[in-house]
Design a binder for this molecule. Structure first.
Ligand SMILES: O=C(O)CCC(=O)C(=O)O
Length: 281
C-alpha cells in the first residue's frame, strides 16, 4: 500500500499497518536490545506504577512490563523513527513540524490478560489531562505500536475496533451506556503482522491489550506523533502545566520523561527535530 492508501485507511477505519519499517534482518537485534533495556529498568518502572495505583488509579495490565522513554536506555531503533512513509502520513494529517510525544516499550509476557477498551492521550479520560467528550471530529495525535515480534492471535496482536475513532467518546473512564470497557466487542479485530511492521492509528481509536496465550513474550514500542499545535507541556514533569493539572489534582497522567542531552546529541540528524522540544535541561 502506498502512503495515500495507508492514510485513507486511518481516515476511514482509524488504523493501518505499515509493513517493513524495521528491516527483517535487523528486527531481532532491536527486540533483544529493547527487551534487555526494559528488564534492566523493570523494578523502577514497577515502583512508578505502584505509586500511581496507590493514589487509586487503574494503570497497566497484569503481565505487561513497561519502560517509559526507552530511547534513553537504547537508541537501536532511532533510525526508523523518521521512516519516510510514517512521517509522510503524519504530515498529511498535521502539516509540518511533527513531534514525537512518547517512546515507550511494552513487553507482554505469556499470561498477559485482556486490557480495557480505551483511546489514547489526549482522549483517555482516566488521565487528568484529557479532551472532554463529545470530541470535535479531528485527529489530534497519531499513535503507533511497533511490532518487535510477529503479532499473532495467540500472542496478543492488539484488539482494535474499526471505525470507533469517529465516535465522540470512548470507554476508558466507563459510563458509556451499553458499553462494557472490559468485554469483547462483536466487531473487534486483532492487529496482526510480522516483526518490523507498525500499527499506526488515530489516537481516538478504541483499542485494548489482548491476552498473550503463547509461551513467548510479545515485544513492542509505543511511539506517538503529535502536531506542533498539541500542547504537550502537561505531560512534562517540572512544567507549571504539569504541576497544576497533574500534581495538584492527584491525577493520573500521560507523563513523559525528557531525552537526556547526550542521547539527543547522538540521534540521527533527521530524528533530532522530532525530539528537540523535549531535551533535559
Ligand atoms: O500492547 C498493546 O497491544 C496495546 C497497548 C496500548 O493499549 C497502548 O499503547 O495504548
Amino acid at each position: 500500500m502506498d502512503v495515500s492508501e495507508l492514510a485513507a485507511n486511518i481516515q476511514h477505519k482509524g488504523y493501518c499497518i505499515v509493513e517493513d519499517v524495521i528491516p527483517a534482518n535487523e528486527v531481532d537485534d532491536v527486540r533483544l536490545q529493547v527487551v534487555a533495556a526494559q528488564q534492566a529498568h523493570h523494578a523502577e518502572a514497577e515502583a512508578e506504577l505502584a505509586k500511581t495505583r496507590a493514589r487509586g488509579h487503574r494503570i497497566g495490565v497484569p503481565g505487561v512490563g513497561l519502560l517509559k522513554q526507552v530511547l534513553n536506555a537504547t537508541q537501536c531503533f532511532a533510525p526508523y523513527l523518521a521512516d519516510e512513509r510514517i512521517l509522510a502520513i503524519a504530515e498529511s494529517f498535521f502539516g509540518d513540524f511533527v513531534r514525537i510525544s512518547c517512546t515507550d516499550c511494552v513487553i507482554n509476557h505469556p499470561g498477559t490478560e485482556r486490557g480495557y477498551w480505551h483511546a489514547d492521550w489526549p482522549y483517555n479520560a482516566t488521565n487528568s489531562t484529557h479532551v472532554k467528550a463529545p470530541y470535535p471530529d479531528v485527529m489530534m495525535h497519531l499513535a503507533s505500536i511497533w511490532m518487535l515480534t510477529d503479532f499473532t492471535p495467540e500472542n496478543g496482536g492488539t484488539f482494535v475496533l474499526p471505525g470507533s475513532h469517529l465516535q465522540p467518546n470512548n470507554p476508558a473512564a466507563g459510563g458509556m451506556d451499553g458499553v462494557d470497557q472490559d468485554a469483547p466487542h462483536a466487531d473487534e479485530k486483532q492487529a496482526l503482522g510480522s516483526a518490523g511492521s507498525v500499527l499506526l492509528y488515530d489516537s481516538r481509536l478504541w483499542h485494548s491489550v489482548a491476552p498473550n496465550q503463547s509461551n513467548a513474550a510479545r515485544a513492542a514500542l509505543v511511539v506517538r506523533y503529535a502536531p506542533w499545535w498539541l500542547n504537550l507541556t502537561p505531560t512534562m514533569r517540572g512544567t507549571p502545566d504539569h504541576e497544576r493539572m497533574v500534581l495538584e489534582t492527584g491525577g493520573k497522567n500521560y507523563d513523559a520523561i525528557p531525552i537526556r542531552r547526550e542521547v539527543f546529541d547522538g540521534l540521527p540528524e533527521n530524528v533530532k527535530p522530532l525530539y528537540r522540544h523535549w531535551v533535559a535541561a
